[in-house]
Design a protein around this ligand. Sequence first.
Ligand SMILES: *[C@@H]1O[C@H](CO)[C@@H](O)[C@H](O)[C@H]1NC(C)=O
Ligand SMILES: *[C@@H]1O[C@H](CO)[C@@H](O)[C@H](O)[C@H]1NC(C)=O
Ligand SMILES: *[C@@H]1O[C@H](CO)[C@@H](O)[C@H](O)[C@H]1NC(C)=O
Ligand SMILES: *[C@@H]1O[C@H](CO)[C@@H](O)[C@H](O)[C@H]1NC(C)=O
Ligand SMILES: *[C@@H]1O[C@H](CO)[C@@H](O)[C@H](O)[C@H]1NC(C)=O
Ligand SMILES: *[C@@H]1O[C@H](CO)[C@@H](O)[C@H](O)[C@H]1NC(C)=O
Ligand SMILES: *[C@@H]1O[C@H](CO)[C@@H](O)[C@H](O)[C@H]1NC(C)=O
Ligand SMILES: *[C@@H]1O[C@H](CO)[C@@H](O)[C@H](O)[C@H]1NC(C)=O
Ligand SMILES: *[C@@H]1O[C@H](CO)[C@@H](O)[C@H](O)[C@H]1NC(C)=O
Length: 439
Amino acid sequence: MAGLLALGALVALPLASAQSAGTPDAHPQLVTYKCTTSGGCQAQNTSVVLDFNSHWIHQTNDSSASCLSNGSLDSSLCPDTETCTKNCVVDGTTNYTATGVSTSGSSLTMNQFTAGSDGDLEVTSSRLYLFDGASNSYVQFQMLNQELSFDVDVSTLVCGMNGALYFSEMESSGGQSSESPAGAAFGAGYCDAQCPKLDWLNGTVNTNDLGACCSEMDLWEANAYATQLTPHPCTEPGLYACSGDECGSSGVCEEAGCGFNPYAMGDQDFYKPGGTVDTNHPFTVVTQFLTNDNTTSGSLSEIRRLYVQNGTVIQNAVATVSSVAGNNSINGDYCSATDSAYSTWGGLPTSGEALERGMTLVFSIWDDSSAFMNWLDSGSAGPCDSTEGDPSTIQANAPNTSVTFSNIKWGDIGSTYGSGSTSKLASRHAHNHIRKSWH
Ligand SMILES: *[C@@H]1O[C@H](CO)[C@@H](O)[C@H](O)[C@H]1NC(C)=O
Ligand SMILES: *[C@@H]1O[C@H](CO)[C@@H](O)[C@H](O)[C@H]1NC(C)=O
Ligand SMILES: *[C@@H]1O[C@H](CO)[C@@H](O)[C@H](O)[C@H]1NC(C)=O
Ligand SMILES: *[C@@H]1O[C@H](CO)[C@@H](O)[C@H](O)[C@H]1NC(C)=O
Ligand SMILES: *[C@@H]1O[C@H](CO)[C@@H](O)[C@H](O)[C@H]1NC(C)=O
Ligand SMILES: *[C@@H]1O[C@H](CO)[C@@H](O)[C@H](O)[C@H]1NC(C)=O
Ligand SMILES: *[C@@H]1O[C@H](CO)[C@@H](O)[C@H](O)[C@H]1NC(C)=O
Ligand SMILES: *[C@@H]1O[C@H](CO)[C@@H](O)[C@H](O)[C@H]1NC(C)=O
Ligand SMILES: *[C@@H]1O[C@H](CO)[C@@H](O)[C@H](O)[C@H]1NC(C)=O
């Protein structure tokens, strides 16, 4: 009766059963900061959890026998959620280091490769969510008329790599229910605007080949050579299980979106090793979500980007390509001019509704075997050769490629960076200032 057991379910089960079923996840602590103009930045006791599929999902009666076969869920063990919950157990990840993920204070590093037990490199392509242990759910970000900043080190992210930080409108519980008890504590419930068709959907077995759609706000998709900021609105609120054409490029979510990539916008020296933003060294990335009436319930009208490096605030690159010359932010005019389908999904106002409802923060590192990440860093998007993003080339030339995100701060406009932020004080005393619970 054990099943896909979560901490929340332990109370209802006898201890013996609890011990034989899923081990708890380590949830490495990642301190983050919530800021206000008046009160400065307060450290938050947050942590990270790996995506559900990165966990060991094994047969209830044999902890060494996987419930996956050939890379996907074994349909004889998991023909439906109820049977799967009886036959299979998800174990928490206890050693994040072994998966290429490490945290220290407010800093998270994700490696694309780790040394396996046989000495060979193993690909991680890990994805993590910001988790709140006190409420057993994903930290929810309501970002209208707010900003988020973070420090990033992209110096080892070669062409073809993508170290990403973004919001997805996942269920904060990870779809936890009595039927599928694992939930957010085990990284369940992923969705994004590409409506991926995964083994699991909202914590249940995806028996009908449905796609997991939800609004996505790509704050940061980048390597050392290119970076892009992209809103992806969906017309359905929250997680939406799509089928057929609803999942495709004319479905409920805007797959492409009106992104801003400085190189593609004509400033090829802005973001690169030795550039205006020097990607050889860490820097701070600030993203501001401005509304038409400057309130947290207004309509999203502009997404503004700033950088801070070495104490200097750097305004975003100004577009020089003729269609949007003069723009250095994502606004209605910019989107209408760069994206012919912009209005189909409701554009920035629709993205703003998801930011108002609340979204989950996602960290990922990945490479791209199908298109070598050319959309991000090659051709008109960046200086990379069209084939150097081949994952086998990356593995051979850059086995240590990784991304480090740190000092994640969010709150009132102007409160998270530069002189508006008292974060230096907060970070020095982070461990003393951590609050007992999430507010
Ligand atoms: C474990 O349970 C599965 C599903 O009921 C069954 O197919 C398998 O033979 C069992 N294995 C052992 C070792 O009992
Ligand atoms: C496993 O997947 C590969 C590639 O999709 C396929 O060729 C093979 O037949 C599969 N094996 C089994 C046992 O299903
Ligand atoms: C975790 O994994 C790392 C890398 O595989 C290993 O060096 C370390 O000893 C492991 N830690 C524990 C506590 O098992
Ligand atoms: C932080 O949260 C974790 C998990 O909820 C808890 O075990 C730990 O005691 C908390 N630490 C502090 C300093 O509140
Ligand atoms: C996801 O799971 C939660 C918990 O069971 C449920 O309340 C919600 O309706 C589900 N959403 C979808 C789209 O299935
Ligand atoms: C919102 O704030 C900006 C910058 O402070 C200001 O220029 C603008 O007039 C304000 N808009 C409204 C509708 O209050
Ligand atoms: C930061 O500024 C210091 C002092 O002005 C300078 O020596 C250093 O090279 C700068 N670092 C970067 C990454 O620009
Ligand atoms: C942004 O681009 C649009 C579309 O070309 C243009 O109408 C607008 O004037 C530009 N804004 C700025 C501030 O240059
Ligand atoms: C990768 O990192 C390891 C350990 O820090 C180091 O020994 C090795 O030289 C590095 N490899 C490359 C290609 O940089």
